[in-house]
Design a protein around this ligand. Structure first.
Ligand code: ATP
Ligand code: MG
Length: 391
């Protein structure tokens, strides 16, 4: 019997009748993500997903690492299966967890018994294995409350499984369980975090980036591709739509009052995102906006950008401080790329005195000279699509 991976489901288990669908979706996501690491059998039973290698060429560590990023999993461990008798369980714990048992000072054994035919109760099994390990490893003292090491024993249908302290999983809900959305990805700190947060709530996301050559450079574009790539362990397979935005920005500059430039530009972003959402069957738009962070993130400004879009706009960062956003950005590994100093199309043609509390009618009037439909159609026609998957 070979080492395998045990994954514990999170919120999923609360979902009652839908639970089966949820588990199936999560198993599907897992299968797709660990596919590059060999042939595995992925099955789910009693709030646990078993990932079993089917031959010796499987890269179990690679698969384990991929699972760290999969939403819907709260805890993960590598485990060793063994025969369902107490001696085999003890021997597996002694050898499989040897390094951990030697390194720890305090420990306890925690047993779960799904197979009610097993001749000992969970408590009896824990006490017996714990007593034997205590004798075998003189460095160890039992501690029922705050042990350094928990030796977990799970007696299940096919076998018993032994593992040490589980690792915390990515949490959240399986990607795609809540449908599809379009996330606006700039090169900044915020939008990679908002993308991560909504993927974590079970959305499958297509990403949209607007770029304005020659005002924005090739490096700025590559930075966004890099950010999108860094998000793929969380989002899974994703499509990055790179939309040419120069013409729209030039037309705005030529035809609209300067104080409304940013607002009108953002309305075009929303129109285009809405069209892309329509094409791919998405039901919402996600942005990295945060109340009061900049002039275009007041409630009046947000109302004026939402005006052109029928779908709900999700802004998961709306009530967060920059510090909190930065903390997540560092944790998910996008911060270092986000702070590379390349310009974003939002920072070209910025008005000297942006309108911060615009009345909706004023904004509509300010862009009246533009042929919005034609400009949107042209931008969509020039859009480049990049298919990305976790590397
Ligand atoms: P970020 O750090 O995400 O760039 P920001 O604080 O710089 O955010 P804005 O520039 O006002 O804020 O942008 C607000 C949101 O609009 C961004 O979080 C992102 O969702 C979207 N956005 C801005 N610029 C672009 C762009 N070039 N392409 C796609 N989306 C964009
Ligand atoms: Mg920005």
């Amino acid at each position: 019997m070979n080492e395998l991976i045990l994954l514990k489901l999170g919120e999923l288990v609360l979902k009652g009748l839908n639970r089966h669908t949820f588990e199936e979706r999560l198993c599907g996501n897992i299968r797709r993500r660990i596919h590059p690491y060999g042939k595995f059998l992925v099955t789910s039973k009693q709030s646990t997903i078993y990932v079993e290698p089917l031959n010796d060429s499987c890269d179990l560590d690679g698969a384990f690492n991929a699972c760290r990023y999969i939403f819907g999993i709260v805890a993960l461990s590598k485990a060793h299966p063994c025969e369902k008798n107490k001696e085999a369980i003890l021997e597996t714990a002694r050898t499989y967890l040897k390094d951990q048992l030697e390194a720890a000072h305090t420990f306890k054994v925690e047993s779960k018994r799904a197979d009610k035919n097993f001749p000992m109760t969970s408590i009896q099994l824990s006490q017996w294995v714990g007593g034997e390990l205590d004798d075998l490893f003189p460095n160890l003292t039992a501690d029922m409350h705050h042990p350094e090491l928990v030796v977990n024993v799970e007696v299940r249908e096919k076998a018993a499984y032994v593992h040490g302290n589980p690792e915390q999983g990515a949490g959240g809900l399986p990607v795609s369980i809540n449908g599809v959305g379009v996330s606006l990805l700039s090169g900044g700190i915020d939008s990679p975090v908002s993308t991560y947060m909504m993927a974590k709530r079970g959305l499958a996301l297509d990403l949209v980036h607007f770029f304005s050559p020659p005002y924005t450079s090739q490096q700025a574009k590559e930075k966004v591709i890099e950010l999108a790539q860094l998000l793929t362990p969380y989002t899974g397979r994703t499509m990055l739509h790179i939309v040419p935005f120069t013409k729209i920005q030039e037309e705005i500059r030529k035809n609209c009052p300067e104080e409304y430039f940013t607002l009108i530009m953002r309305r075009f972003m929303m129109r285009i995102a809405g069209s892309i959402a329509g094409r791919i069957g998405a039901g919402c738009i996600v942005t990295g906006e945060c109340l009061g962070q900049v002039a275009s993130q007041t409630m009046e400004a947000m109302r004026s950008t939402e005006d052109v879009c029928e779908l709900p706009v999700f802004r998961p960062l709306i009530g967060m401080d920059k510090e909190e956003i930065v903390t997540i950005s560092r944790r998910i590994g996008t911060f270092g790329t986000s702070i590379l100093p390349y310009e974003d199309c939002c920072t070209v043609f910025t008005p000297r005195h942006p309108k911060t509390h615009p009345a909706l009618e004023e904004v509509r009037a300010a862009e009246a000279a533009l042929d919005a439909d034609a400009l949107v159609a042209e931008a969509l026609a020039g859009t480049e699509k990049l298919r990305l998957k976790p590397q």
